[in-house]
Write a protein that binds this ligand. Structure first.
Ligand code: NAD
Length: 515
């Protein structure tokens, strides 16, 4: 049987020697350029969801260690902000090269700790890598503006300056991509950073931090601490932290947004989702069915942009029959197995499927009792399809975050759009149609931040921004793209006067104007 490889990464070389030799490795903090063991006596197991094996343990970083990380970031800031942007870019250029070099190591770590398939784990890294590539052009992205001669001999210009120490709090579902949405943009604009990875899969963050150091990021510019609610609250309350990037659930995100904003911090908070796809009767059958299966069940439905609800306009019967056929052919297995389509995912999922059945939805395909040979302990759920779902059902109102596709029905496009718009979330929505008229109406009327037209998962590349809306986002400056640069910088506006000033014009107390 398969035994997952536990990576003995360079950072694990700091593991304290007094622990019993067969205990799992402890993930260190990164403080001021050194990977150091926490002195904490409280740990959380990082578990391989395919086998339940303990891969490593994270410490609940102690408050004084957290303070030391913030202090290291604060100390590193003055020199780092004055480091030429071209030098900062070059470190990102090197980092993107190192991420490519270690792509397989990162992907294997993600599959071991998070469960997604190796191919999907590569995509997780690649989508983050693209943000690093974008950060390599920061000199242009961070440019200010200049207006000459706004009054006689007077010019005004604006400068985008870094904020200081920023922090990032990450979810479990994209262990590489989401840290890479955060620290590359933050540090290349001249900030220093404290990263708190998900306690469920910290390994990718640690490898990335190690690569960032190898790429030449100076000590203290990027720091990593571990823990759960307490350390998150400490981040929200720390007066030296100027901005917080959060990605995760609404419960945590709204708490962090409220608490950190009340402390005067800038916050961008990307949260939960219920992404709908509307299928028009004229949609191309084969491409649409493939898109629905891929976007509903890919990554076992654990993507914030997973397409978890489909609204069929007209009679859904034929669509549903074909969907079941295609979903049945997917292979559920450990993410490390070459034929796996779906890795493990079980939490909450079974309860919400059952609640759907009890409230009257029809279970067209049930993936709850699946057993994967060789991985009998794994947290697997197979593709599941519920039909006849209505808006009052708990399985519809709550984010399931598993390989479950909910099917609804509407009589026309207007009605389908109204269903989507009544949902509290606004991350993504897609339409499948061959009608430009329907597509344009959808694009105009739909209340979602990221819209797909015959594209099931419309996640923008880093020269745009990730633009969730409604309950899927709190804040006003989104992740990456221009908005991401704006989030991590503040504008200083300078008005300069260089002219020979005529003497003897006297003192004028009137508001200066240029008329
Ligand atoms: P989560 O909210 O449980 O955890 C995210 C982070 O918040 C973790 O680092 C965790 O330690 C911390 N945390 C959790 N509860 C907390 C609390 N009560 N107080 C303070 N800190 C707390 O999220 P998750 O389960 O890791 O991730 C899945 C969620 O993330 C889903 O809702 C998904 O839609 C969302 N997500 C959204 C996006 C997006 O861009 N909109 C992207 C990925 C994931």
């Amino acid at each position: 049987t398969f035994r997952p490889q536990i990576f003995v990464l360079k950072y694990y070389s700091n593991i304290s020697t007094d622990r019993h030799s067969d205990s799992p490795p402890i993930v260190p903090n990164l403080i001021g350029g050194s990977f150091v063991d926490s002195q904490s006596s409280h740990f959380i197991d990082v578990i391989n969801p395919a086998t339940q094996q303990v891969v490593s343990q994270i410490p609940l970083t102690k408050n004084e260690e957290f303070k030391a990380a913030v202090s290291a970031a604060k100390q590193a800031f003055p020199l780092w902000r004055n480091t030429p942007v071209t030098t900062r870019q070059r470190i990102m250029l090197k980092l993107q090269q190192l991420i490519r070099r270690d792509m397989d190591k990162l992907a294997m770590n993600i599959t071991t700790e998070q469960g997604k398939t190796l191919k999907d784990a590569q995509g997780d890294v690649f989508r983050g890598l693209e943000v690093v590539e974008h950060a390599c052009g920061m000199a242009s992205l961070q440019m200010g503006e200049f207006s000459s001669n706004v009054s006689h001999g007077i010019d005004t210009y604006s400068i985008r300056e870094p904020l200081g120490v920023c922090a990032g709090i990450c979810p479990f579902n994209f262990p590489a991509m989401i840290p890479l949405w955060m620290f590359p943009v933050a540090v290349t604009t001249g900030n220093t950073f404290v990263l708190k990875p998900s306690e469920k899969d910290p390994g990718a963050s640690m490898i990335l931090a190690e690569l960032a150091m190898e790429a030449g990021l100076p000590s203290g510019v990027l720091n990593v601490v571990h823990g759960t609610n307490d350390i998150v609250n400490a981040i929200c309350d720390d007066e030296d932290i100027k901005a917080i990037s959060f990605v995760g659930s609404n419960t945590a995100g709204m708490h962090i947004y409220a608490r950190a904003s009340a402390n005067g911090k800038r916050v961008q908070s990307n949260m939960g989702a219920k992404n709908h796809g509307i299928v028009m009767p004229d949609a191309s059958p084969d491409a649409t069915l493939n898109a629905l299966v891929a976007a509903g069940f890919g990554a076992a439905g654990q993507r914030c942009m997973a397409l978890s609800t489909v609204v069929f306009v007209g009679d859904p019967k034929e669509w549903e029959t074909e969907l079941v056929k295609r979903a049945k052919s997917l292979k559920v297995n450990a993410g490390t197995e070459p034929d796996a389509d779906l890795g493990p995912a079980k939490e909450r999922v079974c309860r919400l499927i059952q609640s759907g059945v009890e409230s009257g939805a029809r279970l067209l395909l049930d993936g709850r009792d699946i057993v994967v040979p060789g991985y009998e302990q794994g947290n697997f759920v197979g593709p599941t399809i519920l039909s006849g779902v209505t808006e009052d059902m708990e399985c519809y109102k709550e984010e399931i975050f598993g390989p479950v596709l909910l099917c609804m029905q509407a009589d026309n496009l207007e009605e389908a759009i109204n269903i989507v718009n009544r949902n509290k979330y606004g991350n993504g929505a897609a339409i499948f149609t061959s009608s430009g008229v329907a597509a344009r109406k959808f694009q105009t009327d739909i209340e979602a931040g990221q819209v797909g037209i015959n594209v099931p998962i419309p996640v923008p590349l880093p020269f745009f921004s990730f633009t969730g809306s409604k309950a899927s986002f709190a804040g006003d400056l989104n992740f990456y793209g221009k908005a991401g640069v704006n989030f991590y910088t503040q504008i200083k506006t300078v008005t300069q006067q260089w002219k020979d000033l005529p003497g003897g014009s006297g003192v004028s107390l009137a508001m200066p104007t240029s008329q």
